[in-house]
Design a protein around this ligand. Structure first.
Ligand code: PMP
Length: 376
């Protein structure tokens, strides 16, 4: 039987817990331990201009942040930054929309189909349908997609919601009509082995899922093609005339500390994060094993170039399935656990996505409630 440590938090025992969103509060303790090393002082007269670097194609990108991004990718070895444009965004959410806009506006005919292999990150649906653009059209699941004409495939690896390592799945005869956006929000060593240095045309990264600073709303894109980068910048100018400098300066500082620590003997954030995730996954797998009702995907081990050893994957979300004919999101809701319905991710009622990144006490309450769920 799994020991669930929740004696401290009596207030939580009866409340609704929200594991629908992937709010990454799991790492707060680490940053608290860093004390003032990440503190940034901003005076009343600092950072007032719209502009950061007028000589850069992305003129609202703070040079300090650009430098920190390149250094971090260099130290982790997860993505190539040479000969590319860095476009900063208000979260990777804004950048994904900017990239879809950019690729569509450069396409020969419209609407451009947008697809992602199911189960997919459900927010892509809202991102590509909400403003009812005539330039692109959400076409859903990429498996089996065979429409003629230009298309964009969104590839999320490791995938949200199911943690699998992904590549493109659309096999188009007119390959030059196909464009790909790689979403690497979770391609970091605490979640998955770093097996190669990615060097695709458009790669998106999210500050929120690396360090847990979701509230800063910083993301970046590494873009090979100048015209695509320009169009993405244009989109962000129209959308928000750039990206908060306060956020960029704070992100730069935190990424710098992260990089320094990941090269030192102690306080390696990725080791810390991996340990939290390993611990949670082991406990969750034990509860699932004892239940006889639930199921979780298995992930192959792989050699991680960053840690220099073979490691398992510990995804940021659990893709929880049930062996019964039931609506799992409702079953969990009855236990006061909010999760994301599999149907929203292009899957079925028997699956849900559960965040693994909550605070420890919340995660333990989730385990307790899951362990108490009886078979029908
Ligand atoms: N892509 C994926 C796959 C995500 O899971 C998320 C966050 N849930 C994002 C993008 C958005 O990240 P951000 O907070 O930077 O907007």
């Amino acid at each position: 039987m799994v020991k669930v440590e929740n004696s401290k938090n009596i207030a939580l025992s009866d409340s609704i817990i929200n594991l629908d969103h992937g709010d990454p509060t799991a790492y707060e303790e680490y940053w608290r331990k860093m004390g003032d090393r990440c503190t940034v002082t901003i005076r009343g007269w600092d950072l007032m201009s719209y502009f950061s670097d007028v000589n850069n194609l992305c003129w609202f990108l703070e040079p300090e942040l650009a430098e920190a991004i390149k250094e971090l990718h260099g130290a982790v070895g997860n993505a190539a930054t040479e000969d590319r444009y860095i476009v900063v965004g208000t979260g990777s959410t804004q950048l994904c929309q900017a990239a879809v806009h950019a690729l569509s506006s450069l396409a020969g005919s419209h609407p451009v189909s947008v697809v992602a292999a199911a189960p997919f990150y459900s927010t892509y649906v809202e991102e590509t349908t909400y403003v009812r653009s005539g330039m692109y059209k959400w076409e859903g699941d990429a498996w089996g997609f065979d429409k003629k004409g230009p298309y964009i495939e969104l590839v999320t690896s490791p995938n949200n919601p199911d943690g699998t390592i992904r590549e493109t799945v659309v096999n188009s005869p007119e390959d030059d009509e196909g464009k790909v956006i790689h979403d690497f929000a979770y391609y970091w060593p605490h979640y998955t082995p770093i097996t190669r240095r990615q060097d695709h045309d458009i790669m998106l990264f999210a500050f929120s899922k690396i360090t847990g600073h979701a509230g800063s709303r910083i993301g970046w894109a590494l873009v090979k093609d100048k015209e695509v980068a320009k169009k993405m910048v244009e989109y962000i100018i129209v959308n928000s005339i750039g990206v908060s400098k306060e956020s960029q300066i704070r992100a730069a500082k935190i990424l710098k500390v992260l990089k320094e620590n990941c090269e030192s003997e102690s306080d390696n954030f990725f080791e810390y994060g991996r340990e939290i995730m390993r611990n949670r996954w082991e406990k969750l797998r034990e509860v699932v094993k004892e239940s006889d009702v639930f199921a979780l995907p298995k992930y192959p081990e792989a050699y991680c170039n960053f840690f220099g050893k073979t490691l398992e994957s510990y995804p940021a979300f659990a893709w929880l399935g049930t062996k019964e004919e039931t609506d799992l999101v409702s079953d969990l809701r009855r236990q006061k656990v909010m999760s994301r319905a599999g149907e929203r991710c292009g899957s079925d009622k028997k699956h849900v996505r559960v965040s693994m990144l909550s605070r420890e006490d919340v995660f333990n309450v989730f385990l307790e409630r899951l362990a108490n769920m009886k078979a029908h």
